[in-house]
Design a protein around this ligand. Sequence first.
Ligand code: F6P
Length: 192
Amino acid sequence: PRHIYLSRHGESMHNVGGMIGGDSPLSPQGEKYAAALPALVLENVGDHPLQVWTSTLQRTVATARNLPYPKKTWKSLDELDAGVCDGMTYEEIAEKYPEDYAARDENKFGYRYRGGESYQDVVVRLEPVIMELERQENIIIICHQAIIRCLYGYFMGLSQEELPYIKVPLHTLIKLTPMAYGCEEERFHVPI
Ligand code: F6P
């Protein structure tokens, strides 16, 4: 059977500072994940062909850097656009835009950041990626928390309400194996 591997980028400097969005480089811990990933992938994939898809943001490209397979970058895999809140911490958002913060809490799937996107918008922009995924063999996608939630939710048949709350830890490779009904799932955490 073919497999779809999903991983967030290694820890970024924005992750360390609790800031959302942006285009920051990997932290030293994130670099360690990028260094550990090829062996973990090789263990799983063996000599089967694999394609690596990343977003256009440097933290995903750097995480994929050491993987010796053909690569493709997709703008559609970039993280959910937080608009005016890009680069802020959740505390700063709650202070500067309290109504937005509450509205997001109320309806996380439908809430659209000012000048940015909602999870609903992301689901729409991922349609071409999902169509291409359905046609391909083994793929590893290295992207972002909100994007992985949408892709994972699609393959696991989760509801829109559940989707924004799916736990997607850093430094964890998720392996999905599409079956006749639904997907099998395995997770590999890389201790760093
Ligand atoms: O903090 C990492 C991050 O990927 C942000 O860039 C993004 O805005 C956020 O997670 C998405 O998670 P949530 O929808 O739970 O805020």
